[in-house]
Design a protein around this ligand. Structure first.
Ligand SMILES: Cc1cc2nc3c(=O)[nH]c(=O)nc-3n(C[C@H](O)[C@H](O)[C@H](O)COP(=O)(O)OP(=O)(O)OC[C@H]3O[C@@H](n4cnc5c(N)ncnc54)[C@H](O)[C@@H]3O)c2cc1C
Ligand code: FES
Length: 361
Protein backbone atom coordinates (compact mmCIF):
# COMPACT_ATOMS: atom_id res chain seq x y z
CA UNK A 1 0.00 0.00 0.00
CA UNK A 2 1.15 3.47 -0.81
CA UNK A 3 2.27 5.10 2.47
CA UNK A 4 0.49 8.33 1.49
CA UNK A 5 -2.88 6.54 1.94
CA UNK A 6 -2.00 4.85 5.26
CA UNK A 7 -3.41 7.61 7.54
CA UNK A 8 -6.64 7.73 5.50
CA UNK A 9 -7.09 3.96 5.78
CA UNK A 10 -6.36 4.11 9.49
CA UNK A 11 -8.95 6.85 10.05
CA UNK A 12 -11.46 4.84 8.00
CA UNK A 13 -10.87 1.74 10.15
CA UNK A 14 -11.28 3.79 13.35
CA UNK A 15 -14.57 5.27 12.10
CA UNK A 16 -15.90 1.78 11.28
CA UNK A 17 -14.90 0.52 14.76
CA UNK A 18 -16.60 3.54 16.41
CA UNK A 19 -19.83 2.91 14.42
CA UNK A 20 -19.77 -0.80 15.40
CA UNK A 21 -19.30 0.16 19.09
CA UNK A 22 -22.22 2.61 18.97
CA UNK A 23 -24.49 0.00 17.32
CA UNK A 24 -23.48 -2.67 19.87
CA UNK A 25 -24.06 -0.24 22.75
CA UNK A 26 -27.50 0.60 21.38
CA UNK A 27 -28.36 -3.07 20.97
CA UNK A 28 -27.33 -3.64 24.59
CA UNK A 29 -29.46 -0.72 25.67
CA UNK A 30 -26.50 1.46 26.78
CA UNK A 31 -26.85 4.61 24.64
CA UNK A 32 -29.67 6.60 23.10
CA UNK A 33 -32.54 8.50 24.68
CA UNK A 34 -34.39 6.91 27.53
CA UNK A 35 -36.56 8.32 30.28
CA UNK A 36 -36.55 7.93 34.01
CA UNK A 37 -39.99 8.55 35.50
CA UNK A 38 -40.13 9.45 39.18
CA UNK A 39 -43.20 9.07 41.41
CA UNK A 40 -45.56 8.97 38.42
CA UNK A 41 -44.97 12.63 37.56
CA UNK A 42 -41.40 13.94 37.00
CA UNK A 43 -39.77 12.66 33.79
CA UNK A 44 -36.01 12.90 33.22
CA UNK A 45 -34.47 12.24 29.80
CA UNK A 46 -31.35 10.04 30.03
CA UNK A 47 -28.73 9.48 27.36
CA UNK A 48 -25.46 8.27 28.92
CA UNK A 49 -24.76 5.06 30.78
CA UNK A 50 -25.23 6.42 34.27
CA UNK A 51 -26.54 4.98 37.51
CA UNK A 52 -29.89 6.06 38.93
CA UNK A 53 -27.97 7.81 41.73
CA UNK A 54 -25.88 9.94 39.36
CA UNK A 55 -28.80 10.60 37.02
CA UNK A 56 -30.90 11.91 39.90
CA UNK A 57 -28.05 13.98 41.28
CA UNK A 58 -27.43 15.55 37.84
CA UNK A 59 -31.07 16.66 38.02
CA UNK A 60 -30.66 18.06 41.55
CA UNK A 61 -32.41 15.18 43.28
CA UNK A 62 -30.10 14.18 46.09
CA UNK A 63 -30.73 10.85 47.71
CA UNK A 64 -28.58 9.63 50.61
CA UNK A 65 -25.32 8.07 49.47
CA UNK A 66 -23.09 8.02 52.52
CA UNK A 67 -20.49 5.79 50.84
CA UNK A 68 -20.48 7.82 47.63
CA UNK A 69 -21.79 4.97 45.45
CA UNK A 70 -19.52 2.14 46.54
CA UNK A 71 -22.31 -0.20 47.68
CA UNK A 72 -21.09 -0.17 51.27
CA UNK A 73 -23.66 2.02 53.06
CA UNK A 74 -26.99 0.74 51.72
CA UNK A 75 -28.51 4.23 52.14
CA UNK A 76 -29.36 4.99 48.50
CA UNK A 77 -32.51 2.86 48.27
CA UNK A 78 -35.38 3.52 45.87
CA UNK A 79 -38.36 1.51 44.63
CA UNK A 80 -38.11 0.13 41.12
CA UNK A 81 -41.48 -0.08 39.40
CA UNK A 82 -40.46 -0.82 35.80
CA UNK A 83 -37.17 -1.61 33.98
CA UNK A 84 -33.78 -1.74 35.65
CA UNK A 85 -32.88 -5.44 35.36
CA UNK A 86 -32.33 -8.03 38.08
CA UNK A 87 -30.82 -7.42 41.54
CA UNK A 88 -27.01 -7.44 41.53
CA UNK A 89 -24.88 -9.37 44.01
CA UNK A 90 -23.58 -6.05 45.39
CA UNK A 91 -27.11 -5.06 46.41
CA UNK A 92 -28.03 -8.29 48.18
CA UNK A 93 -26.43 -7.60 51.60
CA UNK A 94 -28.58 -4.47 52.00
CA UNK A 95 -31.99 -5.82 50.97
CA UNK A 96 -34.31 -7.72 53.29
CA UNK A 97 -36.59 -10.40 51.77
CA UNK A 98 -39.53 -7.97 52.07
CA UNK A 99 -37.56 -5.22 50.31
CA UNK A 100 -36.60 -7.54 47.46
CA UNK A 101 -40.25 -8.49 47.09
CA UNK A 102 -41.24 -4.81 47.05
CA UNK A 103 -38.71 -3.87 44.33
CA UNK A 104 -36.35 -1.90 46.56
CA UNK A 105 -32.93 -1.40 44.94
CA UNK A 106 -29.69 0.51 45.48
CA UNK A 107 -29.59 3.54 43.19
CA UNK A 108 -25.78 3.48 42.95
CA UNK A 109 -25.89 -0.05 41.49
CA UNK A 110 -28.72 0.23 38.97
CA UNK A 111 -27.94 1.82 35.60
CA UNK A 112 -30.57 3.54 33.47
CA UNK A 113 -30.18 1.33 30.39
CA UNK A 114 -33.85 1.37 29.41
CA UNK A 115 -36.97 3.36 30.20
CA UNK A 116 -37.52 3.12 33.93
CA UNK A 117 -40.20 3.99 36.46
CA UNK A 118 -39.12 4.51 40.04
CA UNK A 119 -40.46 5.78 43.35
CA UNK A 120 -38.54 7.76 45.92
CA UNK A 121 -39.90 9.13 49.22
CA UNK A 122 -41.39 12.63 48.76
CA UNK A 123 -39.22 14.10 51.55
CA UNK A 124 -36.07 13.25 49.59
CA UNK A 125 -37.16 15.73 46.97
CA UNK A 126 -36.48 18.40 49.65
CA UNK A 127 -32.78 17.50 49.90
CA UNK A 128 -30.65 20.06 48.10
CA UNK A 129 -27.03 20.79 47.31
CA UNK A 130 -25.65 23.71 49.34
CA UNK A 131 -22.61 25.87 48.66
CA UNK A 132 -21.21 26.72 52.09
CA UNK A 133 -18.32 28.52 53.73
CA UNK A 134 -16.65 27.29 56.94
CA UNK A 135 -17.21 30.05 59.50
CA UNK A 136 -15.92 28.44 62.73
CA UNK A 137 -13.88 25.43 63.84
CA UNK A 138 -13.41 24.34 67.46
CA UNK A 139 -11.50 21.46 69.03
CA UNK A 140 -14.00 19.77 71.35
CA UNK A 141 -11.53 17.02 72.34
CA UNK A 142 -8.16 15.83 71.00
CA UNK A 143 -9.96 13.97 68.18
CA UNK A 144 -13.34 15.68 67.82
CA UNK A 145 -13.99 19.00 66.10
CA UNK A 146 -17.06 21.19 65.78
CA UNK A 147 -17.30 22.76 62.32
CA UNK A 148 -19.83 25.47 61.49
CA UNK A 149 -20.82 26.01 57.85
CA UNK A 150 -22.50 29.21 56.71
CA UNK A 151 -24.97 28.40 53.93
CA UNK A 152 -24.30 30.59 50.90
CA UNK A 153 -26.51 29.16 48.16
CA UNK A 154 -29.24 28.25 48.91
CA UNK A 155 -29.10 30.22 52.14
CA UNK A 156 -31.40 28.07 54.27
CA UNK A 157 -31.73 24.41 55.14
CA UNK A 158 -34.88 23.29 56.94
CA UNK A 159 -34.25 20.07 58.82
CA UNK A 160 -35.74 18.03 61.62
CA UNK A 161 -33.66 17.71 64.80
CA UNK A 162 -31.69 14.46 64.43
CA UNK A 163 -31.29 14.46 60.63
CA UNK A 164 -27.95 14.44 58.84
CA UNK A 165 -26.17 16.16 55.95
CA UNK A 166 -23.56 14.87 53.55
CA UNK A 167 -20.19 16.52 53.07
CA UNK A 168 -18.32 16.36 49.77
CA UNK A 169 -14.56 16.34 50.22
CA UNK A 170 -13.16 18.71 47.60
CA UNK A 171 -10.62 17.31 45.17
CA UNK A 172 -11.31 13.64 45.89
CA UNK A 173 -14.61 12.01 45.04
CA UNK A 174 -15.59 11.28 48.64
CA UNK A 175 -18.96 11.87 50.30
CA UNK A 176 -19.62 11.21 53.99
CA UNK A 177 -22.66 11.56 56.25
CA UNK A 178 -22.58 13.78 59.36
CA UNK A 179 -25.44 14.39 61.76
CA UNK A 180 -26.47 17.99 62.17
CA UNK A 181 -25.54 19.12 65.68
CA UNK A 182 -27.10 22.58 65.60
CA UNK A 183 -30.56 23.86 66.50
CA UNK A 184 -33.00 23.56 63.58
CA UNK A 185 -34.09 27.17 64.14
CA UNK A 186 -30.71 28.34 62.77
CA UNK A 187 -31.55 27.61 59.16
CA UNK A 188 -28.63 29.57 57.63
CA UNK A 189 -25.86 27.64 59.34
CA UNK A 190 -25.14 23.99 59.98
CA UNK A 191 -22.88 22.63 62.72
CA UNK A 192 -21.27 19.20 62.44
CA UNK A 193 -19.30 17.32 65.09
CA UNK A 194 -16.62 15.25 63.38
CA UNK A 195 -14.41 12.65 65.04
CA UNK A 196 -11.06 11.81 63.44
CA UNK A 197 -11.02 8.20 62.24
CA UNK A 198 -7.40 6.97 61.97
CA UNK A 199 -6.45 7.17 58.27
CA UNK A 200 -10.05 8.08 57.41
CA UNK A 201 -10.23 10.01 54.15
CA UNK A 202 -12.92 12.56 54.99
CA UNK A 203 -12.00 13.02 58.65
CA UNK A 204 -8.31 13.51 57.88
CA UNK A 205 -9.32 16.24 55.44
CA UNK A 206 -11.53 17.88 58.07
CA UNK A 207 -8.97 17.59 60.88
CA UNK A 208 -5.79 18.34 58.99
CA UNK A 209 -6.73 20.55 56.04
CA UNK A 210 -10.07 22.29 56.53
CA UNK A 211 -9.80 25.96 57.53
CA UNK A 212 -12.16 28.81 58.29
CA UNK A 213 -13.10 30.47 55.00
CA UNK A 214 -12.92 27.26 52.94
CA UNK A 215 -15.80 26.59 50.54
CA UNK A 216 -17.47 23.18 50.93
CA UNK A 217 -20.46 21.47 49.32
CA UNK A 218 -23.08 19.92 51.63
CA UNK A 219 -26.25 18.10 50.64
CA UNK A 220 -29.26 17.31 52.78
CA UNK A 221 -31.19 17.06 54.94
CA UNK A 222 -31.51 13.28 55.13
CA UNK A 223 -32.59 10.52 57.43
CA UNK A 224 -35.52 9.09 59.32
CA UNK A 225 -33.73 9.44 62.65
CA UNK A 226 -35.34 12.53 64.14
CA UNK A 227 -37.36 13.66 67.13
CA UNK A 228 -40.92 12.28 67.12
CA UNK A 229 -42.61 15.58 67.83
CA UNK A 230 -46.13 14.23 68.08
CA UNK A 231 -45.15 11.99 71.00
CA UNK A 232 -44.93 12.94 74.67
CA UNK A 233 -43.31 9.70 75.85
CA UNK A 234 -40.35 9.75 78.23
CA UNK A 235 -37.11 9.65 76.27
CA UNK A 236 -33.90 7.68 76.70
CA UNK A 237 -31.01 9.09 74.64
CA UNK A 238 -27.77 7.15 74.36
CA UNK A 239 -24.68 8.32 72.48
CA UNK A 240 -20.98 7.62 72.23
CA UNK A 241 -18.18 9.69 70.64
CA UNK A 242 -19.47 11.98 67.91
CA UNK A 243 -22.95 10.44 68.39
CA UNK A 244 -23.61 13.46 70.58
CA UNK A 245 -24.28 15.54 67.44
CA UNK A 246 -27.91 14.69 66.58
CA UNK A 247 -28.89 14.39 70.27
CA UNK A 248 -27.56 17.93 70.81
CA UNK A 249 -29.85 19.21 68.05
CA UNK A 250 -32.81 17.31 69.54
CA UNK A 251 -32.11 18.64 73.05
CA UNK A 252 -31.73 22.25 71.88
CA UNK A 253 -35.08 21.92 70.20
CA UNK A 254 -36.72 20.40 73.30
CA UNK A 255 -35.18 23.12 75.51
CA UNK A 256 -36.88 25.80 73.41
CA UNK A 257 -40.17 23.94 73.75
CA UNK A 258 -39.77 24.07 77.56
CA UNK A 259 -38.41 20.51 77.92
CA UNK A 260 -41.88 19.17 78.67
CA UNK A 261 -40.81 15.55 78.15
CA UNK A 262 -38.75 13.55 80.62
CA UNK A 263 -35.31 12.88 79.12
CA UNK A 264 -32.46 10.71 80.41
CA UNK A 265 -29.34 11.26 78.33
CA UNK A 266 -26.49 8.72 78.65
CA UNK A 267 -23.14 9.57 77.09
CA UNK A 268 -20.44 6.89 76.97
CA UNK A 269 -16.74 7.76 76.78
CA UNK A 270 -13.47 6.03 77.62
CA UNK A 271 -11.81 8.59 79.88
CA UNK A 272 -12.25 12.23 80.81
CA UNK A 273 -10.38 13.49 77.74
CA UNK A 274 -13.19 12.01 75.57
CA UNK A 275 -15.89 14.09 77.26
CA UNK A 276 -17.17 17.33 75.74
CA UNK A 277 -20.08 19.73 76.25
CA UNK A 278 -20.27 18.39 79.82
CA UNK A 279 -20.93 21.81 81.41
CA UNK A 280 -23.50 22.62 78.71
CA UNK A 281 -25.60 19.54 79.48
CA UNK A 282 -25.10 19.78 83.24
CA UNK A 283 -26.40 23.34 83.04
CA UNK A 284 -29.42 22.10 81.08
CA UNK A 285 -30.20 19.58 83.82
CA UNK A 286 -30.05 22.37 86.43
CA UNK A 287 -32.51 24.45 84.41
CA UNK A 288 -34.93 21.61 83.69
CA UNK A 289 -35.67 18.96 86.35
CA UNK A 290 -37.16 16.82 83.54
CA UNK A 291 -33.69 16.46 82.00
CA UNK A 292 -30.98 14.22 83.42
CA UNK A 293 -27.46 14.02 81.95
CA UNK A 294 -25.49 10.87 82.77
CA UNK A 295 -21.96 10.79 81.34
CA UNK A 296 -20.12 7.51 82.03
CA UNK A 297 -16.46 6.55 81.66
CA UNK A 298 -15.53 2.98 80.78
CA UNK A 299 -11.79 3.38 81.56
CA UNK A 300 -11.24 6.45 83.75
CA UNK A 301 -7.57 7.34 84.29
CA UNK A 302 -6.23 7.81 87.84
CA UNK A 303 -5.65 11.52 87.08
CA UNK A 304 -9.23 11.93 85.91
CA UNK A 305 -10.47 12.11 89.52
CA UNK A 306 -13.82 10.96 88.15
CA UNK A 307 -16.74 10.89 90.59
CA UNK A 308 -19.42 10.02 88.04
CA UNK A 309 -20.66 6.75 86.59
CA UNK A 310 -18.08 4.10 85.66
CA UNK A 311 -18.58 1.15 83.31
CA UNK A 312 -19.74 0.23 79.85
CA UNK A 313 -22.60 2.43 78.75
CA UNK A 314 -24.83 -0.64 78.46
CA UNK A 315 -24.29 -1.48 82.16
CA UNK A 316 -24.87 2.13 83.19
CA UNK A 317 -28.13 2.29 81.22
CA UNK A 318 -29.17 -1.04 82.73
CA UNK A 319 -28.63 0.34 86.26
CA UNK A 320 -30.54 3.57 85.62
CA UNK A 321 -33.69 2.56 83.78
CA UNK A 322 -36.74 0.63 84.91
CA UNK A 323 -39.78 -0.34 82.87
CA UNK A 324 -39.54 1.28 79.41
CA UNK A 325 -42.87 0.07 77.99
CA UNK A 326 -44.05 3.67 77.59
CA UNK A 327 -40.66 5.19 76.66
CA UNK A 328 -38.95 6.15 73.44
CA UNK A 329 -35.23 5.65 72.74
CA UNK A 330 -32.80 7.58 70.52
CA UNK A 331 -29.43 5.91 69.97
CA UNK A 332 -26.41 7.19 68.10
CA UNK A 333 -22.92 5.81 67.66
CA UNK A 334 -21.09 2.74 66.37
CA UNK A 335 -23.15 -0.24 65.16
CA UNK A 336 -21.70 -2.36 68.00
CA UNK A 337 -22.75 0.10 70.68
CA UNK A 338 -26.24 0.45 69.23
CA UNK A 339 -26.77 -3.31 69.01
CA UNK A 340 -25.66 -3.82 72.62
CA UNK A 341 -27.83 -0.94 73.88
CA UNK A 342 -30.95 -2.19 72.08
CA UNK A 343 -30.46 -5.55 73.83
CA UNK A 344 -30.45 -3.80 77.21
CA UNK A 345 -33.50 -1.68 76.33
CA UNK A 346 -35.33 -4.83 75.23
CA UNK A 347 -34.66 -6.32 78.68
CA UNK A 348 -36.56 -3.32 80.05
CA UNK A 349 -39.57 -3.96 77.77
CA UNK A 350 -39.09 -1.11 75.32
CA UNK A 351 -41.34 -1.45 72.27
CA UNK A 352 -39.37 -1.96 69.03
CA UNK A 353 -41.41 0.67 67.20
CA UNK A 354 -40.27 3.25 69.77
CA UNK A 355 -36.54 2.72 69.22
CA UNK A 356 -34.83 5.13 66.79
CA UNK A 357 -31.17 4.91 65.92
CA UNK A 358 -28.46 6.17 63.57
CA UNK A 359 -25.58 3.78 62.94
CA UNK A 360 -22.42 5.82 62.32
CA UNK A 361 -21.08 3.03 60.13
C1 LIG B 1 -26.17 8.60 59.11
C2 LIG B 1 -24.73 8.79 59.55
C3 LIG B 1 -24.41 9.86 60.37
C4 LIG B 1 -23.07 10.04 60.77
N1 LIG B 1 -22.80 11.09 61.59
C5 LIG B 1 -21.51 11.28 62.00
C6 LIG B 1 -21.20 12.38 62.89
O1 LIG B 1 -22.05 13.18 63.29
N2 LIG B 1 -19.90 12.52 63.25
C7 LIG B 1 -18.91 11.66 62.83
O2 LIG B 1 -17.73 11.87 63.21
N3 LIG B 1 -19.19 10.61 62.00
C8 LIG B 1 -20.45 10.43 61.57
N4 LIG B 1 -20.74 9.39 60.72
C9 LIG B 1 -19.62 8.57 60.18
C10 LIG B 1 -19.04 9.27 58.93
O3 LIG B 1 -20.01 9.28 57.90
C11 LIG B 1 -17.79 8.57 58.37
O4 LIG B 1 -18.05 7.20 58.18
C12 LIG B 1 -16.59 8.71 59.27
O5 LIG B 1 -16.34 10.10 59.51
C13 LIG B 1 -15.33 8.11 58.62
O6 LIG B 1 -15.09 8.71 57.37
P1 LIG B 1 -13.63 8.72 56.74
O7 LIG B 1 -13.76 9.05 55.30
O8 LIG B 1 -12.73 9.59 57.55
O9 LIG B 1 -13.13 7.23 56.94
P2 LIG B 1 -12.97 6.13 55.78
O10 LIG B 1 -11.86 6.56 54.89
O11 LIG B 1 -14.29 5.86 55.19
O12 LIG B 1 -12.57 4.88 56.65
C14 LIG B 1 -11.23 4.59 57.04
C15 LIG B 1 -11.22 3.34 57.90
O13 LIG B 1 -11.89 3.55 59.15
C16 LIG B 1 -12.99 2.67 59.31
N5 LIG B 1 -14.09 3.49 59.82
C17 LIG B 1 -14.98 4.20 59.08
N6 LIG B 1 -15.82 4.87 59.89
C18 LIG B 1 -15.45 4.60 61.15
C19 LIG B 1 -15.93 5.03 62.41
N7 LIG B 1 -16.99 5.88 62.52
N8 LIG B 1 -15.28 4.55 63.52
C20 LIG B 1 -14.24 3.73 63.40
N9 LIG B 1 -13.73 3.30 62.22
C21 LIG B 1 -14.33 3.72 61.12
C22 LIG B 1 -13.31 2.10 57.96
O14 LIG B 1 -13.80 0.79 58.06
C23 LIG B 1 -11.93 2.14 57.27
O15 LIG B 1 -11.20 1.01 57.59
C24 LIG B 1 -22.07 9.17 60.32
C25 LIG B 1 -22.40 8.09 59.49
C26 LIG B 1 -23.71 7.91 59.09
C27 LIG B 1 -24.02 6.76 58.18
S1 FES C 1 -24.46 5.04 47.88
FE1 FES C 1 -23.82 3.72 49.45
S2 FES C 1 -24.75 1.86 48.87
FE2 FES C 1 -25.32 3.20 47.29
Amino acid sequence: MNLVYAPIVLIGVLIIIAVILIVVEKLLGGGGERVLQINDDKIIPVSGDETVLNTLSAHKIFIPSACGGKATCGYCKFKLIEGGGPIKATELPFLSPAEKEEGIRLSCQVKVKENMKIEIPKELLNAKEYKTKVSYIEDLTYDIKLVRFELLDPKEMHFKPGQYAQLKVPGIDIIRAYSIASHPKYTNQIELIIRQVPNGKATTYVHKALEVGDKVILTGPYGDFYLQEQSNRDMICIAGGSGKAPIRSILYYLRDQGMNRKVKYFFGAKSKRDLYYTEEFQQLSKEFPNFEYIPALSEPLPDDDWKGEVGLITDVVDRHVKDLTESEAYLCGSPGMIKACIKVLNNHQIRQENVYFDNFS
